[in-house]
Design a protein around this ligand. Structure first.
Ligand code: GUN
Ligand code: ZN
Length: 440
């Protein structure tokens, strides 16, 4: 990168190869699913994208004191979006456990108790956001711990960086250490207070977050339902059908429900703003309910592999009309990088006999996840009038990448290489609302 002209006025132009999807690619040769400018430019002002196009055209619209950053030959894309991540689990990553319920009990439910300490949460929130930005992620849907102060810490840090983020305190009132349990009433009250403090404040939104049916009594799911009715524009996030032992335990706790999905359905927790982590082992009835309610099934490939949970059925869900997101699921997930996440997603789908073409991967990390969050009018594309959250990618960031790139590539091959060999080293810069903010 070279800074040819410092940013003085409110305007900042960045130059590079600009790529932005306009719809879901059908296959690897679907070149009409995106806009691509080989010598492109993005003009940013007041946190928004003011213009995008060929450099020569966009440059002619700038004022004389516009700052210019030349990112050639790198790619400029919308910032990556992560639709399922746990704020208090940055220090749980790489914990040696057999499977989900052991991992929760032996590590995660121990670690999350630290977040009763607000100062600890404040400290980790800064490091957590640094890590997102180092990996090119500009928006997340995050779970806090049960402590409302963990969500305050996360939102305060997000606000400081001007990030568009979603978060919520987990509600959990059983089957966890008492230090991590709220009650149906206190979970409701704390959530309400957090919504009042944060939902719709600047770039922040709240997600009502009953952790999963195992850790919520029927009374707590009823309280969650009341919150959804009172705040229909809030998100809902929870976990669904991640592994067999979890499903069996869940169904034993809710014997009246026809299946796991039926529990959330009964309590009115499904809908277009509902994000369901994992959603791996589903019956035909459950898939139909997800499709009919417009709920989002979130594919968490590194986590599903790490915890041995199972192989997400993207094609089955898609054929039924279920909306799909993709996410790291830190800290069941093993990488903060959406590039690494989609690389593992590719392999999961290979094992299912399904294909994930590189255009679709980059669509999913950007516009696809923006659509999963119903935020495609704000983020997920490089379009005039949308928010200037961008990532700059170097396809030659490592010796191995340079070796492979030297063999020649078209755009789709280059994206596949970035996904297969890339990680945080490929992130040259991350822009949040027009401001360069990748930590060193
Ligand atoms: N199910 C309930 N809580 C969690 C969590 O923290 N991580 C994962 N992967 N699954 C869960
Ligand atoms: Zn999770």
């Amino acid at each position: 990168m070279s800074l040819t002209k410092p940013v003085q006025s409110g305007q900042h132009l960045i130059r590079g190869r600009v790529l932005s999807f306009t719809r879901e690619p059908q296959d690897i040769s679907d070149t009409t699913s995106y806009q691509y400018y080989e010598d492109g430019a993005v003009l940013m002002e007041g946190g928004l994208i003011k213009a995008v196009g060929d450099y020569s055209v966009v440059a002619s619209e700038t004022s004389p004191d516009t700052g210019i950053t030349d990112h050639r030959p790198h790619l400029i894309l919308p910032g990556f979006i992560d639709t399922h991540i746990h704020f208090p689990q940055g220090q749980v990553v790489a914990s040696y456990a057999a499977e989900l319920l052991d991992w929760l009990n032996d590590y995660t439910f121990i670690e999350e108790q630290k977040y009763a300490d607000e100062q600890f949460g404040e400290h980790i929130a800064e490091r957590f956001i640094d890590e997102l930005l180092r990996h090119g992620t500009t928006t997340v849907a995050a779970y806090g711990s049960v402590h409302p102060q963990s969500v305050d810490a996360f939102f305060r840090a997000s606000e400081k960086r001007n990030m568009r983020n979603i978060a919520g305190k987990v509600m959990m009132d059983r089957n966890a250490p008492s230090a991590l349990c709220d009650t149906a009433q206190s979970g409701y009250d704390d959530t309400k207070a957090l919504i009042a403090r944060w939902h719709g404040k600047g770039r922040l939104d709240y997600a009502i977050s009953p952790r999963f049916a195992i850790t919520s009594t029927p009374a707590q799911l009823e309280a969650s339902q009341a919150l959804v009715r009172e705040y229909p524009d809030c998100y809902v996030q929870t976990h669904l059908s991640e592994n067999h032992a979890e499903i069996e335990f869940t169904c034993s706790l809710y014997p009246q429900a026809p299946d796991y999905t039926g529990i959330y359905e009964h309590y009115g927790l499904l809908g277009r703003k509902t994000l369901l982590g994992h959603a791996i082992h589903l019956s035909e009835r459950e898939v139909t309910v997800l499709a009919e309610t417009g709920s989002v099934a979130v594919f968490c490939p590194t986590s599903n592999l790490f915890l041995g949970s199972g192989l997400f059925d993207r094609d089955g869900l898609r054929a039924a009309g279920v909306r799909i997101g993709v996410a790291t699921d830190i800290g069941g997930g093993t990488s903060w990088s959406m590039l690494r996440t989609l690389d593992e997603g590719y392999k999961v789908l290979q094992l299912r006999g399904q294909r994930l073409n590189p255009l679709s991967s980059f669509y999913m990390m950007t516009l696809g996840n923006a659509r999963a969050l119903s935020m495609e009018d704000k983020i997920g594309t490089v379009e005039a009038g949308t928010e200037a959250d961008l990532v700059v990618l170097n396809s030659r960031a490592t010796a191995a990448m340079r070796l492979r790139m030297d063999a020649g590539s078209n755009l789709a091959q280059e994206l596949f290489l970035l996904q297969t060999l890339g990680d945080d080293r490929a992130i040259v810069e991350t822009y949040i609302a027009g401001k360069a903010c990748k930590p060193a």
